[in-house]
Design a protein around this ligand. Structure first.
Ligand SMILES: Nc1nc2c(ncn2[C@@H]2O[C@H](COP(=O)(O)OP(=O)(O)OP(=O)(O)O)[C@@H](O)[C@H]2O)c(=O)[nH]1
Ligand SMILES: [Mg+2]
Length: 442
C-alpha cells in the first residue's frame, strides 16, 4: 500500500536530511515537491493546499532556530502535519445506546456488508451481544451474503426478505431492545450518490432509527471518487465517521489523506483484508508512519516482545560469544521468526527499509519452510556438531527433507559463513549484537 507516495516522500526526506540550514528557497522547493506528491497520490486539491500552507508557516518559524539538524526539523513538521490531517487521535465509537445502533452507508461495492460482519466479530470478541440487519433489499444475494457471514462469525442476522428497508430497521431495533442486544448493525444497499431516491431512503432510515453512529464506508482504492462521494454523503447525512476499506490493496493514499478533512468527521476503522479479522482501529500516527515510510516500529516491537524472551536472548548471545552457535540454535531462531509473521511483512515494518529494496529481495517464506525441513531431518548430534555431516549424511538429510542435495550443501555452507561472521561480532561490546543476522536474510 502507498508505495508511490512513500517512495516520493523518501526522496524528499533524503534531500532534507542533507540541509545545513532551512532557507526560503528550500522551503519553496520542498513545498512544491510535496504538493506534487500529494496530488499524484490523488489527495483532494484543497486538502493538499492547506497542507502546504501549514507546513510552510511552520517551516518559516524554524528558520531562525539554531538547530543541529534543520532537515530533521523540517521532516518533523511534515510528519506532524500529516498526523493532524489524518485526525490526530484514534476516534472512539459511540456505544452508549440501549441498544447502540450503527448505520452503514456507502457506494456499491465499497465493503459495507463485509465491514458489518467484521465489526460484529470485533464487538462479539468484546463480549457484546450483536445483531446484524439485512436492510439491502434490492438483491436477494445481498441478504444471503450477510447471513452467510453471520453463520461464519456466529452472529444472528435479522431479515424480512425483500421488504421495506425502513420498516426492517425499525423492527430490528425494537426486537434488539426486547432481547437486550447491545449493538445493532444496519447493512444498507449500496448507492450511487447521484441516486436521489436511494439517498432519500437512507435519510428516512436515519430519521426513524436515530442511530448512534452513521459510518461512511469508503473504498480507499478509488481515490478521488471515494472523497467526492464522502462529501456528498456527509452533506446528506449527519455522518459520525468513516471506515476506509481495502487498505491492503494498492491504494495511493489520496482517500486516506483527504477524507477526514473533506467530511469533517474522523476515520474510525481501516479494513486491511477480506477476512473477518481484517479490521483495525484507525490510528493517525501509525498511518502517517506508513505513508511516510517510517516503519511500523511499534507493532514490530510488540511482535518481537511477544515471541522473544530476554533470558533466551541472553543465552543466545553467550553462545555466540563463545562461538557455540549451532544448527539447533538456528532452528529455534527460525521457529521464532515464523511466529512473528511473514518475512515480507516483517521487513516492511522496519524503519529505513526501502520498499524498492524489498521488491528485489528473495524473501520467499517457503524458503524458510524448506530450511526448516532440512534442519528437521538432521539428528540432534548433527545439529549440535554440523562438522559431523559428511557426504552420506548429506544424502540422507536430502532424502528425508525432500530437498535437493545441492540445497542441503548450500545451507551448510551458508551456516559456516554465518558462523565466521558471528565470530567477528563476538568481539563486539555486549548488547550490540546485530540480532537480524540470525534470521538468515541475505
Ligand atoms: N482486500 C479487501 N477486500 C475487501 C475489504 N473490504 C471489503 N472487501 C471486498 O470488497 C468486495 C465488496 O464488499 P461488500 O462488503 O460486498 O461491499 P458492499 O458495499 O456491501 O457492496 P454492495 O452491497 O453491493 O453495495 C468483496 O469482495 C469484499 O471481500 C478489505 O478491507 N480488503
Ligand atoms: Mg452489501
Amino acid at each position: 500500500m502507498f508505495e508511490q507516495i512513500t517512495d516520493r516522500f523518501d526522496t524528499i526526506f533524503r534531500r532534507l536530511r542533507g540541509l545545513g540550514k532551512i532557507t526560503d528557497t528550500n522551503i519553496q522547493e520542498t513545498s512544491r515537491e510535496i504538493r506534487r506528491v500529494l496530488l499524484e497520490a490523488d489527495v483532494n486539491l484543497q486538502v493538499a493546499r492547506d497542507f502546504i500552507t501549514h507546513v510552510k508557516v511552520k517551516a518559516e518559524g524554524t528558520k531562525v532556530l539554531k538547530s543541529i539538524k534543520p532537515g530533521e526539523q523540517f521532516i518533523k513538521i511534515i510528519y506532524e502535519e500529516l498526523i493532524h490531517v489524518l485526525g490526530d487521535e484514534t476516534a472512539e465509537i459511540d456505544l452508549n445506546g440501549k441498544p447502540s445502533v450503527i448505520l452503514m452507508a456507502g457506494l456499491q461495492g465499497s465493503g459495507k456488508t463485509t465491514t458489518c460482519a467484521k465489526l460484529a466479530k470485533m464487538f462479539t470478541n468484546q463480549n457484546k451481544k450483536v445483531l446484524m440487519v439485512a436492510a439491502d433489499v434490492y438483491r436477494p444475494a445481498a441478504i444471503e451474503q450477510l447471513q452467510s457471514l453471520g453463520r461464519q462469525i456466529d452472529v444472528p442476522v435479522y431479515d424480512e426478505g425483500l421488504g421495506d428497508p425502513v420498516a426492517i430497521c425499525v423492527n430490528a431495533v425494537a426486537k434488539a431492545k426486547s432481547e437486550k442486544v447491545d449493538i445493532v448493525i444496519l447493512d444498507t444497499a449500496g448507492r450511487l450518490h447521484i441516486d436521489g431516491e436511494m439517498m432519500n431512503e437512507i435519510q428516512h432510515i436515519w430519521d426513524e432509527v436515530k442511530p448512534n453512529e452513521i459510518l461512511f464506508v469508503a473504498d480507499s482504492m478509488t481515490g478521488q471518487d471515494a472523497v467526492t462521494s464522502a462529501k456528498a454523503f456527509s452533506e446528506a447525512l449527519p455522518l459520525t465517521g468513516t471506515i476506509l476499506t481495502k487498505l491492503d490493496g494498492d491504494a495511493r493514499g489520496g482517500a486516506a489523506v483527504s477524507i477526514r478533512q473533506v467530511t469533517g468527521t474522523p476515520i474510525k476503522f481501516a479494513g486491511v483484508s477480506e477476512k473477518m479479522d481484517g479490521l483495525e482501529p484507525f490510528n493517525p500516527k501509525q498511518m502517517a508512519d506508513r505513508i511516510l515510510g517510517f516503519g511500523d516500529v511499534i507493532s514490530l516491537v510488540e511482535k518481537a516482545e511477544l515471541v522473544t524472551d530476554e533470558i533466551e536472548v541472553a543465552k543466545l548471545e553467550k553462545k555466540l560469544r563463545g562461538n557455540e552457535f549451532n544448527l539447533e540454535d538456528f532452528q529455534q531462531q527460525l521457529m521464532q521468526l515464523k511466529k512473528m509473521g511473514s518475512l515480507q511483512q516483517l521487513m516492511g515494518m522496519m524503519p529505513g527499509i526501502n520498499r524498492k529494496m524489498l521488491k528485489g529481495m528473495d524473501m520467499d517464506d517457503r524458503q524458510l519452510l524448506w530450511t526448516e525441513a532440512i534442519i528437521n531431518s538432521m539428528t540432534p548430534s548433527e545439529r549440535r556438531k554440523p562438522n559431523l555431516i559428511d557426504g552420506s549424511r548429506r544424502k540422507r538429510i536430502s532424502l528425508g527433507s525432500g530437498r535437493s542435495l545441492q540445497e542441503v550443501n548450500q545451507l551448510l555452507k551458508q551456516f559456516a559463513q554465518m558462523k565466521k561472521m558471528m565470530k567477528q561480532f563476538g568481539k563486539m561490546k555486549p548488547g550490540k549484537m546485530p540480532m537480524g543476522n540470525f534470521m538468515g536474510i541475505s
